[in-house]
Design a protein around this ligand. Structure first.
Ligand code: SF4
Ligand code: SF4
Length: 126
């Protein structure tokens, strides 16, 4: 089956990302039901001021649970936010416009305790 991104080169693929950081928010998964719950807990390596990952080139080495989004896995990651530009491309709902910022709505993972369930959010723009 062909996908809208099949013809994109690496540079074009990278440019699709809006650098919104929503995929850098942690998700929790119910062990029994498998249901995914998004949180507003942000990865320690995301720079909110500049909207970028501060360890981008080494992200999968330094942070072992950080997944590199590729053309092969983009449609297989249930925790990706629905508003993610890649996911919208897959869902054939892609629009070339910025998404609402997460700034002011998130907490850094280094600033909280073990009560991650208390940070579950249900944002419309996730
Ligand atoms: S390491 Fe970088 S890309 Fe990975 S979740 Fe953290 S901020 Fe996001
Ligand atoms: S959610 Fe999608 S568009 Fe936003 S930073 Fe992550 S990969 Fe890029």
């Amino acid at each position: 089956m062909s996908h809208p991104w099949d013809k994109l080169n690496e540079e074009e693929w990278e440019k699709i990302c809006k650098r919104c950081g929503k995929c850098c928010l942690y998700s929790l998964q119910d062990e029994d039901s498998g249901e995914i719950y998004h949180t507003n807990i942000l990865c320690r390596y995301f720079d909110l001021e500049h909207s970028l990952c501060t360890i981008y080139d080494e992200r999968c080495t330094i942070k072992h649970d950080c997944l590199k989004l590729t053309k092969d896995n983009v449609d297989k990651l249930p925790f990706m936010p629905k508003s993610c530009a890649y996911r919208r491309l897959f869902d054939k709902m892609y629009e070339d416009k910025p998404t609402p910022s997460i700034k002011g709505r998130v907490v850094n993972e280094t600033q909280i305790g073990d009560d991650w369930e208390n940070y579950i959010v249900d944002w419309d723009d996730l």
